[in-house]
Each structure stands twice: as C-alpha cells, then as structure tokens.
Design a protein around this ligand. Sequence first.
Ligand SMILES: [Zn+2]
Length: 135
Amino acid sequence: MLGYDALFINPIDDARLIRIAAEEGRVIVSSDRGIFERRPLKSGRVKGVYVDVRQKPLGQLKEILKSFGDGESRPFVRCIRCNTLLIPKSHEEARGRIPPRVYESVREYDYCPRCDQFFWQGDHVKRMREVIEKL
Ligand SMILES: [Zn+2]
C-alpha cells in the first residue's frame, strides 16, 4: 500500500529468509527476536526491523517507517495483491473493464499487468490516504 517492494513468505526458515534478504538487498521485518541474533543481522550485513506485535497495527507501521527513513514511501504505486508496479491507464483504456457506475465518475486508473486488474481511487483509497497522512 505504501509502495515498498515487499515479499511475504510464510512459513520460511530463518536461513532461507536471511539468504533472500542478503541476495535481494531486502530488509527483514519480523516479530521473531531469534532472527535478530543471527550473525548477518547482528553484523549489519542484513538489515532488520523488529516489530512488537503487542502494539496496534498503526503503531507497528510507524516503527517500520521510522526505521526506513522519511520520504521513501510512495503510496499506491504497487498492486496491493501481488506487489507489481502499477501502470497508469486512461479513461478510454478502462472502458468495459470496470463497473459502468465507476467509469462515469472516475477519470484516471491504474492497471496491474500481472493480475490483469484495474484499480481506481475510490472512497477506500481516500480513507487509507487520510490514515497514511497521519503517520
Ligand atoms: Zn497485481
């Protein structure tokens, strides 16, 4: 939702998770304290962010964003289903691919080539943007 290139694999063993993070330059976000005791994370070769799951989800998200640094999030540039970067599409290109009621009121769309799905900024996105702006 915030535009970060995210990968979720569950279940996964620590060794494989660390290997993927090292190979792909990813940051491990985990509530498992044990993984932070592994050498690649202790040495800083692989970056990790601990998340306290006793916090509310918004508090967890704030902690993650704080560790990533300000200004790196780009909300709604990726597909929330599959993580693929979305492609802007015109009103005409969305014709027949979305509900007629939406087509009449929304001018700009995004498209996920992997899911073959059109997205638009409906009320749910407006509500999510309001939450993001408060972070
Ligand atoms: Zn997708």
